[in-house]
Design a protein around this ligand. Structure first.
Ligand code: URA
Length: 440
């Protein structure tokens, strides 16, 4: 097989066979196909797309390009969840314990933050002692003991995705729906769970800026998951506004704990009950309505918080922080961002809010940057709220006072205040399953 012929075939709009796709992925990982040929192929996919068969073949090839996880050592149905990422998205720390408290195992691999988005692994590591790099035996033992475990991805999983993603990043081929679907689902299939819930974010802080694009991506991923024999559902959820009120690593753990105690903000609580309910539904725990009620009950009776504490303890973290969040070290300095006029908040550039938080030290510029766990933002007003000139819109936290000026400017620029109240948008726009798309 010649890579040149495969590029030409895709350029001409033809579909590649499973064997051709398997060849191009394995030859690329082995270093036999150079980056310039792979770049040309990815650009051809960008313009020509891929068929359902090609997308499945490429996802399977990516999933098997490195180590895969065999979760058969853990009893029962294992459910995974993936979020396409956003600002203030601390849902994993809430829904994984809820689902575990309902008797469904969660063995999850999560990522670190980069750019304007946070990552669950960084957030969990703000709990003193918490280990996100466990041996396979410890990972399984934690899931069996606590019902859940969240760790970082092992070094040699999906090397094809790592290489292709780096290439896509510099060749303007990231925002291709089939390539995003292959990348996400390749990692999910390698991680070994039986069912997958996808949280596809939409809006100014998300990869996909429109609901229609988010639904198209969700359909593609659900089709791949189902064709690979995994029950898969996607929810399209709002990321036009940061989720919840806290942005930053330990701040998000604190808000997750408050939500697990039933004292979380309404938007975060609603999204989490829907996500957890759908995970339980995939695990066949009842009808969707029964599953949502079950999720709510486990928050209310404290068993979800207990499950979170058990996981923290099993992963060598100091669980007393979970039960007393006052123990988290606070940032040395704070700064209030004030409203510059009277009016209603009509828009928040969520990516801008995430960048402001990263500028305070909560995020990374590059993979090598270190992060400040205590840095971040607490929002006091969001879209729909009426404010008066001088009201506090948000409090910024940092350990270096000199970071406030630029971050406050960025935050202020990200919030639009107008004379008339904006139309309220739903938190959940659609649910995509093998049975079709349900819009809300
Ligand atoms: N997230 C991924 O894991 N891959 C993509 O291609 C885009 C978002």
């Amino acid at each position: 097989m010649r890579m040149y012929d495969l590029i030409a075939k895709k350029r001409n709009g033809e579909a590649l066979t499973k064997e051709e796709i398997e060849y191009l992925i394995s030859a690329y990982v082995a270093g036999e196909v150079p980056d310039y040929q792979m770049s040309a192929f990815l650009m051809a996919v960008y313009f020509r797309g891929m068929t359902e068969e090609e997308t499945l073949a490429m996802t399977m090839a990516v999933a098997h390009s490195g180590d895969t996880v065999d979760l058969s050592g853990i009893e029962g149905i294992k459910v995974d969840k993936h979020s396409t990422g956003g600002v203030g998205d601390k849902t994993t720390m809430i829904i994984a314990p809820i689902v575990a408290a309902c008797g469904v195992k969660v063995a999850k691999m999560s990522g670190r933050g980069l750019g304007h988005t946070g990552g669950t692994i960084d957030k969990l590591e703000s709990i003193p002692g918490f280990e996100t790099s466990l041996s396979k035996e410890e990972f399984f033992a934690t899931v069996n003991k606590a019902g859940l475990s969240v760790i970082g991805q092992s070094g040699n999983m999906t090397p094809a995705d790592k290489k292709m993603y780096a290439l896509r990043d510099v060749t303007a081929t990231v925002d291709s729906i089939p390539l995003i679907a292959v990348s996400i689902m390749g990692k999910k299939l390698a991680a070994g769970s039986d069912c997958i819930l996808l949280d596809v974010k939409t809006g100014s802080g998300a990869f996909m800026k429109t609901v229609d694009d988010s639904i198209a991506l969700a359909k593609e991923m659900v089709t791949i998951g189902e064709n690979a024999g995994k029950s898969t559902v996607a929810l399209i959820t709002d990321m036009d506004i940061p989720l919840g009120n806290y942005i930053g690593n330990s701040l998000e753990v604190i808000e997750a704990v408050n939500t697990l105690k039933g004292n979380g903000p309404a938007d975060l609580t609603e999204v989490c009950i829907n996500l957890a309910g759908n995970m339980l539904f995939l695990a066949k725990k009842g009808t969707l309505e029964e599953c949502k009620a079950m999720a709510k009950a486990r928050m209310e009776d404290g068993s979800a918080l207990e499950a979170f504490g058990k996981m923290v303890e099993a992963q060598h973290g100091d669980a007393s922080y979970v039960f007393d969040t006052e123990k988290f070290e606070k940032a040395a300095f704070s700064y209030d961002v004030k409203a510059e006029r009277d009016g209603f908040i009509t828009h928040m550039n969520t990516e801008g809010c995430g960048i402001a938080s990263a500028m305070l030290g909560a995020g990374r510029e590059t993979k090598e940057s270190t992060i400040d766990y205590a840095a971040g933002i607490i929002l006091h007003a969001k879209v729909g709220d009426e404010v008066k000139k001088g009201d506090c819109l948000a409090t910024l936290y940092a350990n270096k006072e000199e970071l406030f000026a630029a971050a406050a400017k960025r935050y202020t620029e990200s919030v639009t205040i107008s004379d008339t109240k904006a139309k309220e948008e739903p938190l959940i726009f659609a649910r995509v399953s093998k049975d079709g798309v349900e819009r809300f």
